[in-house]
Design a binder for this molecule. Sequence first.
Ligand code: C5P
Length: 407
Amino acid sequence: MQDLAGKHIVLGLTGGIACYKSAELCRLFVKAGATVQVVMTEAAEQFITPVTMQALSGRTVYTSQWDTREPNNMPHINLSREADAIVLAPCSADFIARLVQGRSDDLLSLMCLARPMDRIPLLIAPAMNREMWAHPATQRNLMQVAADGATVLGVGNGWQACGETGDGRMLEPAQLLEDVTAFFSPKLLAGQKVLVTAGPTFEALDPIRGITNHSSGKMGFAIARAAREAGAEVTLVAGPVHLPTPRGVTRVDVLSAQQMLDATTRAAQSASIFVATAAVADWRPATQSEQKIKKDGSGRTPVLHFTENPDILLSVAKSERAQSKKLFCVGFAAESENLAEHAKAKRERKGIPLLVGNIGPLTFGQDDNALLLVDANGVRELPRAPKLTLARELMTEIAARLPDWRV
Ligand code: C5P
């Protein structure tokens, strides 16, 4: 998806082994539609060559403030003025200290200092050894660069090139792309707390087996991501799915409908928007065998009895918080036919302001979908598109409905 179409990014590399990841980051920015101008410090050139970065960005790389290619001989001015953002990845401990001090004796630091701060944001992806990261000097410097207007994108945790394990790794290129995309998104849901349920539930029969369904969780995960991009604080209650947690989202993993109800009820106490995308099992086995139910060779099949599961959406929609209009509830309906009719009926039955209908067999496991939005005023279609695109459109639709609904 061309999430960065029309954006011009100055990608600054400083000295660190994580420079090898910057090649991939550059490629991802370009694939997302951005134009990328790479600027490297002398130390960065020890780790990766400008040739690699030139080939991936399609532009010659700048490394020196004395570069004579610029007619006015001021690359620090010219390069920064064109940018929609300067992204420093990796940003070394030394470079962070230099930013704090306002030093400007190489092209990249000079450019950061000379950028118009009100127009050109500075995003930094630190990368360093865990002891360097934990050092009070680094933590002090990070607080100061943030106070001076930079956005610190955080670090990863894990194995480090030095052989130690801990905080300080540069975030992965895909995570940085997600963060930079989120940075550019309009903050339509700033101040909102969004709660999303996603995926199937798993209802155990015995310690080995259980009942579940084909929900992939992709729509709910896309909604959690879109809500975070729109500036909300997001909690995602996820059934058993193997999807990566969207950046900046708090994930609570559950298995059964009962566990999903408990986690959702807890989070709903402070949420302001609830989107129920989970495909909750309607029934669970009435009893759960403590040991594996064994085949005894007699040819007799076990008889299973079921109990109805709680309706999580209905229970949240009936809560005092939702009834007093502090919590905007959105339901999903997966139907196989007569979508508008079923969706309207479901909205009434659940007593919620917005219901989103989709055709189940056409969406399960897919990366795209088509949605039908049903509210008190009628029906609106969001035509077939990637789930993330639809999730972003849905966030816009929700944000637009909030002011009228709350009065
Ligand atoms: O009643 P039905 O299952 O068709 O309604 C679908 C909507 O209700 C979805 O938003 C789904 O997440 C929610 N739901 C729920 N708990 C259930 C069943 C459905 O939250 N037990």
